[in-house]
Design a protein around this ligand. Structure first.
Ligand SMILES: C[S@@+](CC[C@H](N)C(=O)[O-])C[C@H]1O[C@@H](n2cnc3c(N)ncnc32)[C@H](O)[C@@H]1O
Length: 205
């Protein structure tokens, strides 16, 4: 049996929060429908397959350009989709992963236009530029079931020295704008580490 091979670990820090949330979501459905926007080498996808996708009726849709973001300059990206596919193939899971290769905004719009069945859990972790994150959030919200949860990675991430940041290149301003404008349709899930931010769509949403 092959083992997955990863060059980066941007995911392990999220495992405690994802476990709590996904265990709770699993109380209302045995077949989780998951959308990941930004999968890179599949570290989070492999974990989802191993821990929360035990039936053929569960599903994961993975959107990625497989071209990296501006923060990935210098990394080997030419084989990224192949590495993702090879990694998820190492996991024995009955759940299918549907890869939708392309930029997130047109891919999300396509899912909406196709009338795709909504998701229990959506992870937003693709482009970290604020306009892209805002678009991912708004389109993702359309694809989220009432009571479903959307996770924003890197809420307070910044690769720049304090005071030199350009907020338009970071996720935070977009996530704040989204949570403000959608405040009557969502709740922010409290008492979780703030590096990620998690929202739940209202039951009637
Ligand atoms: C931070 S990584 C995702 C990490 C992954 N969630 C994990 O935990 O291992 C971001 C990914 O988003 C992809 N990406 C960046 N901008 C994108 C965009 N506009 N549309 C789709 N994918 C994008 C990159 O190719 C990269 O694989």
């Amino acid at each position: 049996m092959n083992t997955p091979s990863f060059t980066q670990d941007w995911f392990s820090r999220s495992i405690p929060s994802w476990s709590l949330i996904l265990n709770k979501l699993s109380e209302r459905t045995t077949h989780l429908r998951i959308l990941e926007v930004g999968v890179f080498e599949g570290r989070s996808t492999c974990w989802l397959l191993q821990n929360h996708c035990k039936t053929p009726e569960s599903s994961i849709v993975a959107i990625d350009s497989f071209q990296g973001g501006i923060e990935h300059k210098g990394m080997e990206l030419g084989t990224l989709r192949k590495r993702f596919e090879a990694n998820i193939a190492t996991v024995e899971s009955p759940t299918q992963v549907e890869i939708r290769e392309g930029f997130s905004l047109p891919q999300l719009a396509k899912l909406i236009a196709e009338g795709y069945q909504r998701f229990d859990f959506i992870s937003i972790d693709a482009s970290h530029q604020a306009p892209d994150v805002l678009g991912d959030a708004v389109l993702g919200f359309e694809l989220l079931k009432p009571g479903g949860v959307m996770a924003f990675d890197d809420y307070i991430w910044s690769p720049m020295r304090p005071g030199t940041e350009n907020p338009l290149l970071l996720p935070k301003a977009a996530i704040d704008a989204f949570t403000t404008l959608f405040s009557q349709k969502i709740r922010i899930i409290p008492n979780l580490p703030l590096y990620q931010l998690y929202i739940q769509k209202n039951a009637g949403g």
